[in-house]
Design a protein around this ligand. Structure first.
Ligand code: NAP
Length: 860
């Protein structure tokens, strides 16, 4: 029905796509009483399930979960026949849903949107189709799917082949009969792995061209999983709700077993259970740390490789099928039915393109560097321009005529994966920056549709016409999406998640990996906070509550949640002895920190008695002298000891290549101000005098400390300068206490909820120094003379009450002519940067600190 119209049709909303998301969106918009037109280039509903008709196409999420949940009646009327339904059954389900909900009258098929323009004065979108139609609408909603734009076959000579050519993602409706044929399949992702065993059943000869072997586990398809059916029968609502608030959109019990520390028996048992279960979220949940810890990942990966070797008889072929170039899970793992077994068939051949790359497709077949192959048919299972391809292809241009393609030239930029600045009233369902492809799509689709519907309902009720994210909110979300990915192993892989499968596509992590539950929470909070980060306009209205919804590093937030759940008493409510005992217990559960060459304990003669120290020598030749760093632990002058900062000292030693000497100065309340500072100075003097014995290069001495330890380190520098020695090359101050003034904004912003609280800081000061002494430069070095001090590296954390005094010290040092490197630990708390092996996002900060320490000294 591509009738050209001279007068544009008008709708409240246009939705592009009639798959899972488009159909539900239509349903919800209708409920709001909006006029809606859905356009789809397919000939029927179904979206991805309309197009991907290749043999063996099935979902890889159990159908108990891969289903609409918004309408209990709809659920009652449909029963899936298998654990993983076939493409025809899923397509049938979507047809059933469209009919049952009466959606078809508002859907136009076989129409492709060619462009869309935002008309600012009219506050409307004008959409043009390939049939020459113009449609105007207030809201333009892309339900275009994440894996809907096939990647064009980027192989030399692809157009020349004279036989039949098939794309798994554009399979002919009449099917394909390969009986008696010589068939090539290029690509071994999910589509290839699902179709190869079935093509092998028909073909006379099947040759699989594999560039990258993929991890795949058996789907063990059959009846729907009994445990899920039982839970659904017991309480459907509870089950669906558990899915909505789960990490992946399928209810599972997330394990807390770590791969690195689990026994061999536990590892094997967990892996075999996941292998037998045949579910993606099961095999991704063998260990809690397999997505972030290379060693834990290797355990699962190697167990899968063992399975491949045990299935495929020819050791050479088995080895070629074993993935070794990426961590398990960093490329989408596959579920298969008899995939590896297929390579034992005599008429199936594997061509390893790493060994013999394709030179060209020819008229007769395929020519590799080593061989020429003749074929009757070539099947491209080469994947998609994922997540952005279909959105960009629809050629939308926003407020200033800038197209999405132009705006996203360096990678997609969205707020919540739902909208993008400059494109008012333009919504993306499961867009880049949302959990989408990393989750059960149906759960994520319903969440997005519900959020958009809620937003439009709110706008209607408030008489608003446009909504658009702010640049600040969008930049903040993009950062959060990348922060979440950065703590995982995902960015290391050349995956379509990273855009790496399409030549020239910018390399950024496309989906949101923080979890369906965390994401839903963020979206809900945005709405509850009056659409934080959005600008909303209407007649006589222009409102914007600007801000960033998630600024904290994701692993820091996890640590805070964990600590809150553990219900530890606030330290300031305890006696010093009890607080010390509690910290000692928590320290025992930490990872130990990196290996160093040697660790030895000793004592230093202090001003009144001996001070224990622990020396960390870097790995490498033991006889060589190194720069020396005197380190002072944190703990508010009350807590801490040689053990408390041990992982951090190891980390500093390993990263900087310096000998690190951690000194246990005297603590309050037993010994109050200025004992800690005087001890620190004495330790520095002693180290200078005994540098060679400690393995240090004479004259190459720096100080370092965290929190109160940074306070005494800073004071030691001032005392050394006053006493005209020893020479200190540099001072590393991590989240230092430099003042007792608690009125700076960081105290107001971060005084509660981030472990170091205002109340705890007061408790520390009260134990350490009388109010009259707190302005003394030996307690508050910010008040000292800063001229002639050693160069400094100061680390401040966003969520630290001490942040602003750290910045003030950096500025004051600079004003006094001291070179300063200010390192801002973005999204961190006072403690998180020091949590070696726990808070992965702290590693880049510590890398910078290590570099700064090295820079204090002349190059070796
Ligand atoms: P894919 O995972 O991107 O796999 C494409 C395959 O083609 C890869 O093996 C790739 O090799 C290869 N390839 C691409 N260009 C090539 C070239 N020029 N020369 C040689 N080989 C080339 O695509 P897909 O299999 O269609 O799957 C995409 C996603 O769709 C899946 O990850 C999944 O999320 C979804 N999907 C799901 C199911 C399901 O079970 N429900 C089924 C199908 C698809 P490289 O790895 O070396 O690039």
């Amino acid at each position: 029905m591509n009738k050209p119209a001279s007068v544009p049709e008008q709708f409240d909303a246009v939705v592009v796509g009639a798959g899972f998301s488009g159909l539900y969106m239509l349903y919800r918009l209708r409920q709001l009483g909006l006029s809606v037109k859905v356009l789809d280039s397919a000939g029927d509903v179904g979206g991805t399930w309309y197009w991907n008709r290749y043999p063996g196409a099935r979902c890889d999420i159990p159908t108990t979960d891969y289903t609409y949940s918004f309408d209990p009646e709809l659920e009652k009327e449909w029963t899936w026949s298998e654990k993983y339904a076939t493409q025809p059954e899923i397509l049938e389900y979507l047809r059933f849903a469209a009919d049952r909900l009466g959606l078809r009258p508002d859907i136009e098929f076989s129409v492709t949107v060619t462009s869309a323009r935002w008309d600012e004065p009219e506050k409307r979108w004008t959409i043009t189709t390939d049939g020459g139609q113009e449609i105007r609408c207030r809201y333009y909603i892309m339900a275009t799917g994440c894996l809907s734009m096939p990647k064009s076959p980027d192989i030399e000579g692809a157009g020349r082949f004279a036989g039949r050519v098939y794309l798994t993602s554009r399979w002919p409706h009449e099917g394909a009969d390969f009986t008696g044929q010589r068939v090539a399949v290029i690509g071994t992702g999910s589509s290839g792995i699902q179709s190869i065993p079935l093509i092998a059943r028909q073909a006379r000869r099947l040759t699989v061209f594999q560039r990258t072997p993929n991890f795949s586990i058996p789907a063990h398809n059959g009846p729907a999983p009994a445990d899920r059916l039982e839970r659904l029968a017991e309480d459907r609502d509870e089950y669906r709700d558990a899915a909505r608030w789960s990490r992946g959109g399928v209810p599972i019990d997330p394990t807390d077993i770590l791969g690195g520390t689990a026994s061999e028996a536990v590892r094997r048992e967990r892996f075999e259970a996941a292998w037998e279960q045949g579910e993606l979220f099961g095999i991704l949940n063998v260990f809690a740390d397999q997505g972030v810890n290379p060693a834990a990942n290797d355990i699962v990966a190697e167990m899968i490789r063992e399975k491949i070797r045990s299935i495929v008889t020819d050791p050479g072929i088995a080895e070629a099928l074993c993935p070794k170039d990426h961590y398990f899970g960093t490329k989408r793992p596959c579920l298969d039915t008899g995939y590896f077994e297929t390579y034992d068939l005599p008429h199936v051949q594997l061509v390893d393109l790493r060994k013999q790359p394709i030179v060209s497709i020819t008229e007769e077949g395929i020519e590799t560097a080593d061989e020429s192959f003749g074929f009757d048919a070539i099947v491209y299972a080469t994947g998609f321009d994922a997540m952005t391809g279909a959105l960009v292809a629809a050629d939308a241009a926003g407020r200033d005529g800038v197209s999405l393609k132009e705006k996203w030239a360096a990678g997609p930029s969205t707020y919540l994966g739902l909208m993008t600045t400059g494109f008012p009233n333009f919504f993306m369902l499961t867009g880049p920056g949302s959990p989408s492809v990393l989750s059960n799509m149906t759960v994520s689709i319903e969440q997005h549709v519900d959020w958009v519907a809620g937003c439009l309902e709110n706008m209607r009720d408030e008489g608003l016409e446009t909504i658009e994210p702010t640049a600040l909110a969008e930049a903040g979300w993009n950062q959060h999406v990348q922060d979440c990915a950065a703590i995982t192993l995902h960015p290391t892989a050349n995956s379509w998640y990273m855009g790496a499968n399409v030549p020239g596509k910018p390399r950024v992590f496309l989906p949101y990996i923080g979890g369906v539950n965390a994401y839903r929470q963020a979206c809900d909070e945005v709405a509850a906070q009056g659409y934080l980060g959005f600008r909303l306009t209407g007649p006589g209205e222009d409102r914007c509550r600007d801000g960033v919804i998630r600024r904290m590093q994701p692993d820091v937030a996890m640590v805070l949640e964990f600590m809150a759940a553990a219900g530890m008493p606030p330290l300031e409510t305890l006696s010093a002895a009890d607080a010390r005992a509690l910290l000692a217990v928590t320290a025992e559960a930490r990872p130990p920190g990196p290996e160093v060459g040697e660790v030895t304990d000793g004592v230093i003669p202090g001003p009144s008695g001996h001070l224990p120290y622990r020396l960390y020598r870097p790995a490498g030749p033991s006889e060589g002298l190194r720069p020396l760093v005197m380190y002072f632990h944190g703990g508010g002058w009350v807590l801490g000891n040689l053990d408390s900062d041990d992982p951090l000292c190891r980390d500093l030693c390993a990263r900087s290549g310096a000998v690190v000497v951690s000194v246990n100065y005297r603590h309050a309340p037993e010994v109050r101000f200025p004992a800690a500072a005087l001890d620190a100075f004495a330790a520095v003097q002693w180290a200078d005098a005994n540098a060679i014995e400690l393995g240090g290069i004479p004259g190459q001495l720096a100080v370092a400390g965290w929190s109160a330890g940074a306070n005494v380190a800073a004071v030691a520098c001032q005392l050394a300068r006053g006493a005209e020695g020893p020479h200190i090359s540099g001072q590393l101050l991590v989240c230092p206490v430099v003042d007792s003034d608690m009125t700076r904004p960081s105290y107001t912003e971060n005084g509660d909820g981030y472990i170091l609280t205002t109340a705890l800081m007061r408790w520390f000061w009260d134990h350490y120094a009388d109010p009259a002494d707190r302005g003394d430069p030996r307690a508050a070095p910010l008040h000292g003379n800063l001229e002639g001090l050693p160069e400094a590296c100061i680390v401040t954390a966003d969520f630290d009450p001490l942040r602003d005094e750290g910045v003030a010290y950096a500025r004051a040092l600079e004003a006094a002519g001291v070179p300063v490197r200010l390192v801002r630990a973005r999204g961190h708390t006072h403690t998180s940067v020091t949590m070696v092996g726990v808070v992965i996002s702290g590693a880049p900060v510590r890398a910078e600190i290590g570099e700064a320490l090295g820079d204090f000294f002349p190059a070796p």
